[in-house]
Design a protein around this ligand. Structure first.
Ligand code: KG4
Ligand code: ZN
Length: 349
């Protein structure tokens, strides 16, 4: 029987059984990651090899450097995820990989590795969308979380507010019209002379600054739930050029900038929460690690009597555990796409 035919049958069998142990791989940007996840909720092992020190000297992710580093470490990372799980490749039920969006050369490493492992071990393959994976991190973090919920997904490449109607099913209510929230943080961090990746460094500085030290604009967007950060970024750069930032402490500048980003994210999230009748808010993606955003979301949800689920920082930034959870729900909903024609799809929402 051809591999793809067998893959479809195996996925169907897993769906009927309702159980799956999945080996998942994530290489969409600058983390080489593999994990073993049981039934979409239990992390059996979770290994992340970060490339941050490699890219730091360039001030950002260099795509070719990222691809090469993924190639160099992927086998060791997969081996470690398996050995820490106590399972062999033959014991897992399926193999999943992020196939987009992301850097094409980086994605290809994970996709090719997953295909090779799946073909060699006769396991079904599952392609996972990176943003769906970020949302699924919440299923690993919040044990009894079930859709529907409102999800703010904020990462280095994406910013979206979505109605998660079911597992793997989202209706996007709004998104960024220009920069992603992570980019907005990283660019401001560069203005402040902070090392890559700037977002976490800016966040740390902001903890000791005055968020009202500097007046910064909050964008108004035509769409009720859309975001825009380019005006804020430009204003910050102008203030730097005029020397205004130099007259402040870095802490105060960082705190004022973080406050502006958080204000915009929180305002749209509150508006969507109030009009959509949600009971639960999820915040996902790398920027969900931001201390200011976490605190604001906690305050807003508490005052509205809403449940808040924000995964721990290790599950907010890129990892493969979230890919394994998303793959499980793809299989269980009968919507898993796999087979050897699976390819990297770098563009997407
Ligand atoms: O989700 P992620 O790891 O990768 C993408 O899918 O993009 O997100 C990375 C982004 C980067 O822009 C990084 O600076 C930002 O998340 N980030 C933060 C924090 N931790 C990570 N931004 C602000 N505050 C943080 N604590
Ligand atoms: Zn990500």
């Amino acid at each position: 029987m051809l591999y793809d035919e067998r893959c479809a049958i195996q996925l169907n069998d897993l769906r009927r059984a309702g159980h799956a142990v999945i080996l998942a791989i994530e290489t969409s940007c600058d983390e080489t990651a593999a994990a073993v996840i049981r039934d979409g909720r239990e992390i059996v092992s979770n290994v992340v090899a970060t490339q941050i020190p490699l890219h730091a000297r360039y001030g950002g992710v260099v795509p070719e450097v990222a691809s090469r580093a993924h190639v160099e470490s992927i086998n060791a990372v997969v081996d470690r995820a398996l050995s820490e799980s106590g399972l062999r490749l033959a014991d897992v039920d399926a193999i999943a990989a992020t196939n987009g969006p992301g850097l094409v050369g980086a994605l290809l490493v994970g996709v090719s590795t997953a295909k090779a492992l799946a073909f060699a071990a006769s396991k079904p393959l599952v392609a996972v969308h990176h943003m769906e994976a970020h949302i699924s991190a919440a299923y690993l973090a919040c044990a009894d979380l079930t859709p529907p919920f409102l999800c703010l997904t904020v990462s280095g490449g994406h910013t979206a507010l979505a109605d998660v109607t079911d597992y793997g099913e989202t209706r996007v209510l709004g998104r960024t019209l220009d920069d992603a929230a992570g980019e907005a943080f990283d660019k401001a961090a560069r203005v402040l002379g902070l090392p890559y990746p700037g977002g976490p460094a800016l966040d740390l500085l902001a903890e000791n600054g005055n968020p009202r030290a500097l007046a910064l604009p909050r964008a108004k967007t035509p769409g009720a739930y859309d975001f825009s950060f380019s005006g804020l970024k430009t204003a910050f750069i102008q203030l730097d050029r005029k020397g205004t930032l130099a007259s402040l402490s870095k802490e105060d500048a960082a705190a004022s900038y973080r406050e502006a980003v958080v204000d915009m994210l929180a305002a749209k999230t509150r508006r969507a929460a109030d009009s959509g009748g949600y009971r639960t808010i999820v915040v996902a993606g790398g920027v969900a690690a931001n201390r200011g955003l976490r605190a604001r979301m906690a305050k807003d949800c508490e005052s509205r009597g809403l449940r808040l689920c924000i995964p721990p920082v290790s599950l907010c930034t890129d990892n493969a555990a979230m890919v394994g959870s998303a793959a499980y729900y793809r299989i269980m909903s009968g919507k898993a796409v796999g087979g050897l024609s699976m390819n990297a799809e770098p563009a997407g929402y």
